[in-house]
Design a protein around this ligand. Structure first.
Ligand code: ZN
Length: 344
């Protein structure tokens, strides 16, 4: 396969702290010989594992970009054994546009893996991550949130993997992240995901959903920052802060065992949620009403939970359309289990 057109302005093998770019040539009306400049930081000291930590896979999710920008500007090589590769805004055109997908090619980066070196801008980014960044990494953390159209209880997540040892290491990394909730996630469609690419390459992969609505809160950024630290401590790259706060945290283990977790809208209209995020739901209980937005006097459509559990995700905007995910009800496996890193 041909080489990627993306060129890094940093040296992945050099010690110290480097701040630079992944330079992706992009000729367009406003810049004939222009480039998309994707910020990247590499922090390296000595021999040790490599963590690849990413945000902005979707451009309207902000906990990752905020926490990773702060990490890039504060983490020193002296804090690190091994290497940390930080890409806070992976789909940079989407991030700058404040949209889930790229304004250049409408590409959804997290549906574009393994990508193509001769494809669209988004496919070129996916190809570079797949063939150049992933092989450098032992541990991969991709920080997501709900974006403009979804909202979540804050959770770190792993998938069910065929390799039991890889699964156990991913589970330890998820608990080290120590979000209030930890999820074994079921994907509606796993084709093209960064997750699938990293897991297939044998990496210890953790993803997150830390909130949503197209913004970030003090609480959700705090979850991202503590989680990032716990993830790097668990990887053996950073020492624990030593103040014990990691060890004191607990997490609630959630599971999405089948498609009954998802409630999909079959109507257009005005959404009335009847449960809030984090609330318990019984099977058959009313989750939401959709009111007719075109007339008065019509009965609202009722959506009831198909399983018992906890409301883990909801449609965020006030208007809803046919095909939107209204709600995700997750199974509560265990509450109050110890989170944070075993060594913290
Ligand atoms: Zn996302």
């Amino acid at each position: 396969m041909r080489a990627s057109p993306i060129q890094p302005t940093i040296d992945f093998d050099a010690p110290g702290e480097q701040h630079g770019f992944l330079k992706l040539p992009y000729s367009h009306d406003a810049s004939a010989w222009g480039a998309v400049m994707i910020p990247i930081t590499v922090i390296k000291r000595g021999d040790g594992p490599t963590a690849l930590v990413t945000g902005g896979n979707h451009g309207d999710e902000y906990e990752g970009p905020i926490a990773l920008s702060k990490l890039a500007s504060t983490l020193k090589a002296s804090d690190v054994t091994g290497r940390v590769i930080i890409v806070p805004f992976m789909n940079y055109p989407a991030f700058r546009a404040g949209s889930r997908t790229s304004p250049i090619d409408q590409g959804n980066l997290n549906r574009s893996f393994p990508g193509r070196p001769d494809g669209t801008v988004t496919e070129k980014i996916a190809d570079y991550v797949q063939r150049y960044l992933l092989p450098l990494a032992d541990y991969v953390l991709d920080i997501h949130a709900g974006g403009k159209t979804l909202d979540f209880v804050p959770f770190a997540a792993i998938h069910v993997l065929a390799d039991a040892q890889q699964q156990a290491r991913a589970d330890a990394a998820m608990r080290a992240f120590g979000a209030p909730y930890s999820m074994r996630m079921l994907e509606l469609d796993s084709v093209g995901l960064f997750d699938t690419a990293a897991e297939a390459a044998g990496k210890v992969f953790v993803t997150t959903e830390l909130g949503g609505g197209g913004s970030a809160s003090a609480a959700s950024v705090g979850v991202a920052e503590r989680g990032l630290r716990g993830f790097l401590v668990n990887a053996g790259i950073c020492a624990s802060a030593g103040n014990g706060h990691n060890g004191a945290r607990t997490t609630t283990l959630l599971d999405m065992p089948d498609g009954d977790c998802y409630t999909t809208s079959e109507h257009d209209g005005l959404l009335e949620m009847c449960k809030d995020l984090g609330q318990s739901v019984e099977a058959g209980e009313l989750l939401a009403r959709i009111h007719d937005a075109t007339r008065t006097g019509a009965r609202p459509r009722e959506y009831r939970a198909r399983r018992s559990g906890l409301l883990a995700a909801r449609h965020f905007p006030g208007l809803v359309q046919v095909g939107d995910t209204i709600a995700v009800v997750a199974d509560v496996v265990e509450r109050g289990i110890a989170a944070g890193c075993a060594s913290a």
